[in-house]
Write a protein that binds this ligand. Sequence first.
Ligand code: ZN
Length: 465
Amino acid sequence: MTEAPIAADLLISGATLITMNAERQVIEDGALAVAGDRIVAVGKREALARTVQAKEVVDGRRFVATPGFVDAHIHITGDPLTRGFARGGPDDNWGDKLQKWVIPIFKAQTAEDEKLSAQCAALAMIRYGTTTFVEAGTVCHLDAVMEGLDESGVRGRVGEWVEGRAFNPADDQAKVSAAAIAILESEVERYPDRGGDTRLAAWPILVGHSTNSDDVWRAARRLADERGLRVSAHMSPRAGDPEWFLAQYNRRPLEHLADIGVLGESVMLTHLANIDESELDLLVGAGAGAIHCPHAALQGGFGVSRIGLFPEMLDRGVNLMLGTDGVAADILSSGRLMASLFRDARCDQDLMPAAAVLEMATLNAARAMGMAGDIGSLEAGKKADFVLHDTWLPEWGPVFDAPEQLAFSAPPGGVHSVWIDGVRVLEDGRATLLDEDRILADARQAGRAVIARTKLPNRTSWPVI
Ligand SMILES: [Zn+2]
């Protein structure tokens, strides 16, 4: 008796698959079958040729296939329309730059601008193989952004900007907290997360640092726990956060978050460059996720090569992920940079091998997001979110060890095609759902208009004549 064939919409045939399954199998001359929005079979090409009946077959012989990558921390509004502009004045420190440049540029954007900005970010992510992202909690016009993202096909979790601390002594802290909590409650209600089948949802994502009162932190955690969501927030990129928490509470940031009952598995914190050993213990004990954004950390001079405890986090089982912070779109180069940096800093060429880089970019983030059953690996039953990396390039040559080559020598622009939810959102390097030329043209115009509204001067590196 022969078994009934597996009905599929699509079969990728002949590719090298980096499955990221429990055995971390790499399948040479492999195949992957998709029905609707899920993967229905993964295996050797010959085996699937016998068992799968597909409506469409894509010749995968020149490709390495991976699960879609996860950018665990990215700003999709603000910067995409005005890159390179917010450099600050000659005497501005980091705080001045934020207050006088970065935030005014954010706030000068209309709903239409933010929609466009989110689409630029989605376009950039997809082009580098990122299929899922966690936004950084700095969206001002959530509805417009969600509309823009929906058109792009990308999977994401997004947070509206809340300001939960009354820095102005004239403001009533209870009222400021209540307003912030109302925003959190409203967004998770309007964009509910029903698990893997929800492509876009809102989470109680906080800007973090010192910008939230204890009541707002606790409310975010409560909403996350009640609804199976995650709290994400910035913390301790520089010494400023520890100094502020020490002055305010006489304890360091993670000590404070643990003390008020916020630190836990449903929390993922970005940067954590300036934590000490006691905070590392708390992170380990709480099972909270940590996100390192190497490009932002290095360009921002956080000092991670000197004081960052990221290798120790990995050693001690902290769920470590990668973010771009919106500084660079490419999650693979972020991983490559992180590994190279810490190998050099610790004089240890075996630190952070390809396996660690690829796990951070896929499985670790999937687990932290509560989506391990849906994304992060190429396995039957998971979402059809995957990437074909073109190996027909001089930087590849023969595929001897696909994970090593992908993590450390493949060119960043080698992504050929991307599927999300079974939909091919990128084909031959071009977006299929978004009109790239229109978006790029509109973004140039909108970016100039935003800067004109801020009245900030353009401080070019060299005289422009
Ligand atoms: Zn950030």
